[in-house]
Design a protein around this ligand. Sequence first.
Ligand code: TZP
Ligand code: MG
Length: 212
Amino acid sequence: MKPSLASARLYAILDLGYVSEPKLEEVARELLEGGADLLQLRAKGYGESDIEGFCRRVLPICREFGVPLIVNDFAKVAAAIGADGVHIGQEDGSLEDVRAIVGEEMIVGRSTHSPEQAHAAQVEGFDYIGFGPLFPTPTKQGRPGIGLENVRPVESTMGSQLPVFCIGGIQRRNLAEVLAAGARRMVIVSDLLTASSIVQATRSVKEQVADR
Ligand code: TZP
Ligand code: MG
Protein backbone atom coordinates (compact mmCIF):
# COMPACT_ATOMS: atom_id res chain seq x y z
CA MET A 1 0.00 0.00 0.00
CA LYS A 2 1.13 3.53 -0.75
CA PRO A 3 2.39 5.21 2.43
CA SER A 4 0.32 8.21 3.50
CA LEU A 5 2.00 11.62 3.51
CA ALA A 6 -0.74 13.28 5.53
CA SER A 7 1.38 13.78 8.61
CA ALA A 8 4.73 14.27 6.83
CA ARG A 9 6.23 17.68 7.60
CA LEU A 10 10.00 17.40 7.21
CA TYR A 11 11.51 15.81 4.13
CA ALA A 12 15.26 15.24 4.26
CA ILE A 13 17.52 14.42 1.35
CA LEU A 14 20.60 12.27 1.46
CA ASP A 15 22.45 14.23 -1.21
CA LEU A 16 25.76 12.77 -2.34
CA GLY A 17 26.90 16.31 -3.08
CA TYR A 18 27.15 16.76 0.71
CA VAL A 19 27.43 13.25 2.11
CA SER A 20 30.52 11.20 1.40
CA GLU A 21 29.58 7.81 0.08
CA PRO A 22 30.99 5.71 2.97
CA LYS A 23 28.88 7.74 5.41
CA LEU A 24 25.51 7.12 3.74
CA GLU A 25 24.17 4.79 6.43
CA GLU A 26 25.45 6.91 9.31
CA VAL A 27 23.92 10.14 7.95
CA ALA A 28 20.65 8.43 7.00
CA ARG A 29 20.36 7.23 10.56
CA GLU A 30 21.08 10.72 11.96
CA LEU A 31 18.40 12.35 9.78
CA LEU A 32 15.86 9.72 10.81
CA GLU A 33 16.77 9.90 14.48
CA GLY A 34 16.25 13.65 14.20
CA GLY A 35 12.70 13.01 13.02
CA ALA A 36 12.73 13.34 9.22
CA ASP A 37 9.39 12.04 7.92
CA LEU A 38 10.60 11.19 4.41
CA LEU A 39 14.06 10.49 3.04
CA GLN A 40 15.18 10.93 -0.55
CA LEU A 41 18.38 9.63 -2.05
CA ARG A 42 19.76 12.15 -4.56
CA ALA A 43 23.03 11.39 -6.32
CA LYS A 44 23.54 13.65 -9.31
CA GLY A 45 26.25 12.44 -11.67
CA TYR A 46 26.04 8.80 -10.59
CA GLY A 47 24.71 6.02 -12.80
CA GLU A 48 21.87 3.62 -12.24
CA SER A 49 23.90 0.77 -10.75
CA ASP A 50 25.67 3.01 -8.21
CA ILE A 51 22.37 4.53 -7.21
CA GLU A 52 20.80 1.13 -6.85
CA GLY A 53 23.66 0.14 -4.54
CA PHE A 54 23.29 3.30 -2.43
CA CYS A 55 19.55 2.80 -2.12
CA ARG A 56 19.92 -0.83 -1.13
CA ARG A 57 22.18 0.27 1.73
CA VAL A 58 19.77 2.94 2.96
CA LEU A 59 16.47 1.11 2.52
CA PRO A 60 16.80 -1.16 5.60
CA ILE A 61 17.47 1.91 7.77
CA CYS A 62 14.36 3.63 6.43
CA ARG A 63 12.37 0.46 7.10
CA GLU A 64 13.71 0.32 10.65
CA PHE A 65 12.37 3.84 11.27
CA GLY A 66 9.19 3.32 9.25
CA VAL A 67 10.10 6.23 6.96
CA PRO A 68 9.52 6.10 3.19
CA LEU A 69 12.57 6.07 0.91
CA ILE A 70 12.16 8.12 -2.26
CA VAL A 71 14.63 7.74 -5.14
CA ASN A 72 15.50 10.87 -7.09
CA ASP A 73 15.20 10.52 -10.88
CA PHE A 74 15.55 6.74 -11.22
CA ALA A 75 12.13 5.12 -11.42
CA LYS A 76 13.65 1.81 -12.53
CA VAL A 77 15.83 1.69 -9.43
CA ALA A 78 12.86 2.49 -7.21
CA ALA A 79 10.92 -0.36 -8.78
CA ALA A 80 13.85 -2.81 -8.71
CA ILE A 81 14.61 -2.38 -5.02
CA GLY A 82 11.02 -1.91 -3.80
CA ALA A 83 11.55 1.65 -2.58
CA ASP A 84 8.53 3.68 -1.49
CA GLY A 85 8.67 6.31 -4.17
CA VAL A 86 10.38 8.27 -6.87
CA HIS A 87 10.86 12.01 -7.33
CA ILE A 88 11.05 13.59 -10.78
CA GLY A 89 11.71 17.06 -12.17
CA GLN A 90 9.87 19.04 -14.83
CA GLU A 91 12.05 17.56 -17.57
CA ASP A 92 11.76 13.94 -16.46
CA GLY A 93 8.60 12.97 -18.33
CA SER A 94 4.99 12.53 -17.34
CA LEU A 95 3.40 10.82 -14.37
CA GLU A 96 2.04 8.23 -16.79
CA ASP A 97 5.59 7.38 -17.95
CA VAL A 98 6.72 6.88 -14.36
CA ARG A 99 3.61 4.91 -13.36
CA ALA A 100 4.33 2.53 -16.26
CA ILE A 101 7.58 1.67 -14.47
CA VAL A 102 6.68 1.83 -10.77
CA GLY A 103 2.97 0.94 -10.79
CA GLU A 104 0.18 2.49 -8.77
CA GLU A 105 1.37 1.78 -5.24
CA MET A 106 4.45 3.96 -5.20
CA ILE A 107 4.66 7.61 -4.16
CA VAL A 108 5.54 9.82 -7.12
CA GLY A 109 6.56 13.43 -6.49
CA ARG A 110 7.30 16.30 -8.85
CA SER A 111 9.51 19.38 -8.58
CA THR A 112 7.58 22.57 -9.35
CA HIS A 113 8.91 26.10 -9.71
CA SER A 114 5.78 28.24 -10.04
CA PRO A 115 2.12 28.20 -8.96
CA GLU A 116 1.20 27.16 -12.51
CA GLN A 117 3.49 24.13 -12.38
CA ALA A 118 2.19 23.27 -8.92
CA HIS A 119 -1.37 23.33 -10.19
CA ALA A 120 -0.46 21.26 -13.25
CA ALA A 121 1.18 18.61 -11.04
CA GLN A 122 -1.95 18.41 -8.92
CA VAL A 123 -4.18 18.00 -11.97
CA GLU A 124 -1.85 15.32 -13.36
CA GLY A 125 -2.20 13.40 -10.10
CA PHE A 126 1.22 13.47 -8.43
CA ASP A 127 1.30 12.41 -4.78
CA TYR A 128 3.21 15.46 -3.58
CA ILE A 129 5.15 18.39 -4.95
CA GLY A 130 8.36 20.15 -4.12
CA PHE A 131 7.77 23.90 -4.50
CA GLY A 132 10.78 26.14 -4.97
CA PRO A 133 13.56 27.02 -4.79
CA LEU A 134 12.21 29.64 -2.43
CA PHE A 135 15.70 31.16 -2.25
CA PRO A 136 18.69 30.74 -4.55
CA THR A 137 20.74 27.79 -3.32
CA PRO A 138 24.06 26.16 -4.19
CA THR A 139 22.35 22.76 -3.94
CA LYS A 140 20.38 23.53 -7.11
CA GLN A 141 22.42 25.95 -9.14
CA GLY A 142 21.13 28.09 -11.96
CA ARG A 143 17.62 28.66 -10.62
CA PRO A 144 16.43 31.96 -9.21
CA GLY A 145 14.59 31.98 -5.92
CA ILE A 146 10.83 32.22 -6.44
CA GLY A 147 10.37 34.12 -3.17
CA LEU A 148 7.99 33.66 -0.30
CA GLU A 149 4.94 35.43 -1.69
CA ASN A 150 3.52 32.39 -3.47
CA VAL A 151 3.88 30.02 -0.54
CA ARG A 152 0.61 30.86 1.18
CA PRO A 153 -1.50 31.00 -2.02
CA VAL A 154 -0.23 27.59 -3.15
CA GLU A 155 -0.44 26.01 0.31
CA SER A 156 -3.93 27.35 0.96
CA THR A 157 -5.39 26.43 -2.43
CA MET A 158 -3.92 22.96 -2.81
CA GLY A 159 -2.10 22.02 0.39
CA SER A 160 -5.06 20.21 1.93
CA GLN A 161 -5.35 17.84 -1.05
CA LEU A 162 -1.74 17.67 -2.19
CA PRO A 163 1.24 17.80 0.18
CA VAL A 164 3.31 20.86 -0.78
CA PHE A 165 6.93 20.67 0.38
CA CYS A 166 8.65 24.04 0.20
CA ILE A 167 12.29 23.71 -0.80
CA GLY A 168 15.40 25.66 -1.63
CA GLY A 169 17.59 27.69 0.68
CA ILE A 170 15.56 26.88 3.78
CA GLN A 171 17.77 26.94 6.86
CA ARG A 172 17.33 27.06 10.59
CA ARG A 173 18.14 30.75 10.48
CA ASN A 174 15.27 31.61 8.06
CA LEU A 175 12.84 28.91 9.18
CA ALA A 176 10.63 31.31 11.14
CA GLU A 177 10.27 33.50 8.07
CA VAL A 178 9.37 30.52 5.87
CA LEU A 179 6.78 29.30 8.39
CA ALA A 180 5.35 32.81 8.72
CA ALA A 181 4.96 32.88 4.92
CA GLY A 182 2.58 29.92 5.22
CA ALA A 183 4.76 26.84 4.68
CA ARG A 184 3.49 23.70 6.42
CA ARG A 185 5.90 21.18 4.95
CA MET A 186 9.47 21.52 3.82
CA VAL A 187 12.59 19.96 2.42
CA ILE A 188 15.93 20.99 3.86
CA VAL A 189 19.14 19.64 2.36
CA SER A 190 22.41 21.47 3.02
CA ASP A 191 21.55 23.10 6.33
CA LEU A 192 20.93 19.69 7.88
CA LEU A 193 23.76 17.85 6.13
CA THR A 194 26.39 20.45 7.06
CA ALA A 195 25.22 20.92 10.66
CA SER A 196 27.69 20.15 13.43
CA SER A 197 25.06 17.78 14.83
CA ILE A 198 22.71 16.47 12.15
CA VAL A 199 20.47 14.85 14.76
CA GLN A 200 20.08 18.06 16.76
CA ALA A 201 19.59 20.27 13.70
CA THR A 202 16.95 17.92 12.29
CA ARG A 203 15.21 17.64 15.64
CA SER A 204 15.06 21.39 16.11
CA VAL A 205 13.50 21.91 12.66
CA LYS A 206 11.08 19.05 13.22
CA GLU A 207 9.87 20.55 16.47
CA GLN A 208 9.09 23.80 14.68
CA VAL A 209 7.25 22.26 11.72
CA ALA A 210 5.39 19.54 13.63
CA ASP A 211 1.61 19.95 14.08
CA ARG A 212 1.22 22.62 11.46
N1 TZP B 1 15.15 21.51 -5.82
C1 TZP B 1 14.81 22.80 -5.67
S1 TZP B 1 15.84 23.58 -4.59
C2 TZP B 1 16.71 22.17 -4.28
C3 TZP B 1 16.20 21.13 -5.04
C4 TZP B 1 16.72 19.76 -5.06
C5 TZP B 1 17.85 22.08 -3.35
C6 TZP B 1 17.51 22.40 -1.95
O1 TZP B 1 18.66 22.28 -1.16
P1 TZP B 1 19.00 23.26 0.04
O2 TZP B 1 20.44 22.91 0.36
O3 TZP B 1 18.10 22.93 1.17
O4 TZP B 1 18.86 24.65 -0.47
MG1 MG C 1 15.29 14.91 -12.11
